[in-house]
Design a binder for this molecule. Structure first.
Ligand SMILES: [Zn+2]
Ligand SMILES: [Zn+2]
Ligand SMILES: [Zn+2]
Length: 374
């Protein structure tokens, strides 16, 4: 064995070392109060204290439907909407849109109900980073606060966000588990030797045919290891050569806006999911920490949707998270079925949303120009 190799044997071989610090979490456990104990290193989600939970009781919410006029669809508007749609598509010719004869406009209004529940959930996990400072906020400074006692600033309502916080007094210093506190480990490219056999002469130092000294290794039979630049070892990436790690509990707070949506029923041959993407005329808006179900709305299906949405969201989010705000809205979404004739045949398209979007399945002038037909 190479004498250089023996020297490097004191540096640990990376392959045999544990990948995860979890196997040495026993020491960490002694820091744990009952709230924080982690089992098998898994993340743990914390239910909020029960005083966040509220009883909805029997209270109801009676919105007064406001008088809102959805503009009546006219032939001009219907044709212009189709022309703009056709012009935005490379596969559609615009001659038909200009020449077609509109035979019937059937306008109706759908109701869209939405419940948004903005909630906050908290979970914690052990994590670590290279120790770069002597200031260690450990249990000697006091007991760690409970997860829901840590005060943080809430981001803007109804906007998703995730933030991580270091739990006070939870820090602990340990030798790096990857390099066992050496800060470096043996290079796997050269097994710690710092050099590798020359590939040109296979270590024989000579070019076999010419019986001349190998040019590639200058007759040494070796080449310097490029992985470690000849040092035989590499800086440990886990501790970045610092030899020690700072372990601490990390509190992960997630804010999420959860949306329940319901659109009143219709018999149209129209893909319902398109209605989620357009604007409607708002006729009712209600926002509070917890909103109450709508009752006695002129469209009973909307009242039922509201009751179902609130029950579902409360069941889903009150046990494992804290609801910060809820908002429910009712909007009117216009949709018009346009029947027309072109070149002796009858066709159909739809105009929907306040922005007059168009949906058509059988427009007469369609070509394939390589793009996806929508
Ligand atoms: Zn090497
Ligand atoms: Zn060589
Ligand atoms: Zn290390």
């Amino acid at each position: 064995m190479d004498p250089e190799q023996n020297e490097k044997d004191s540096i640990l071989d990376l392959e045999t070392e544990p990948e995860s610090p979890l196997s040495l979490s026993i020491d960490l456990e002694r820091l744990d109060g009952h709230e924080w104990t982690l089992q098998d290193g898994e993340e743990r989600r914390f239910p909020p204290p029960s005083d966040f939970l509220r009883d909805l009781g029997e209270q109801g919410n009676r919105p007064m439907p406001l008088e809102h006029r959805i503009p009546t669809m006219t032939e001009d508007v219907a044709r212009n909407a189709l022309v703009s749609f056709v012009n935005s598509k490379c596969c559609y010719g615009n001659k038909a849109a200009g020449e077609l004869v509109i035979q019937d406009l059937r306008q109706l209004t759908l109701y869209r109900y939405r419940l948004e529940t903005f909630n906050e959930s908290r979970l914690s996990e052990w994590t670590f980073e290279p120790l770069t400072s002597n200031l260690v906020d450990g249990p000697q400074n006091g007991t760690s606060p409970r997860p829901w006692d840590i005060k943080v600033q809430t981001p803007p309502l109804f906007h998703d966000d995730t933030r991580k916080f270091r739990v006070p007094h939870s820090s602990l210093v340990k030798a790096c588990h990857k390099c066992h506190g050496h800060g470096r480990y043996k290079c796997s490219g050269c097994q710690g030797a710092g050099w590798m056999r020359c590939v040109s002469c296979s270590g024989t130092r000579q070019r076999r045919k010419q019986q001349r000294r190998c040019q590639m290794c200058s007759g040494t039979g070796r080449k310097r290891c490029s992985t470690c630049s000849g040092r035989g070892n590499k800086t440990c990436m886990t501790c970045q050569g610092e030899k020690k790690l700072l372990h601490f509990k990390q509190l992960i707070i997630t804010w999420k806006n959860n949306v329940f949506e319901f659109v009143s029923e219709h018999q149209l041959d129209f893909p319902g999911e398109l209605l989620s993407k357009v604007n409607g005329e708002n006729v009712f808006k209600d926002e509070n920490v917890l909103v109450y179900p709508i009752i006695d709305f002129p469209k009973p299906e909307i009242s039922l949707a509201s009751q179902r949405a609130i029950a579902e969201h409360n069941a889903a989010f009150t046990a494992s998270s804290r609801i910060l705000q809820q908002r429910q809205t009712i909007e009117l979404i216009p949709i018009t079925e346009v029947h027309y004739q072109y070149a002796g045949k009858t066709y159909l398209y739809f105009i929907y949303g306040l922005e007059n979007k168009v949906y058509t399945l059988d427009y007469p002038e369609r070509y394939c120009c390589g793009c996806t037909i929508i």
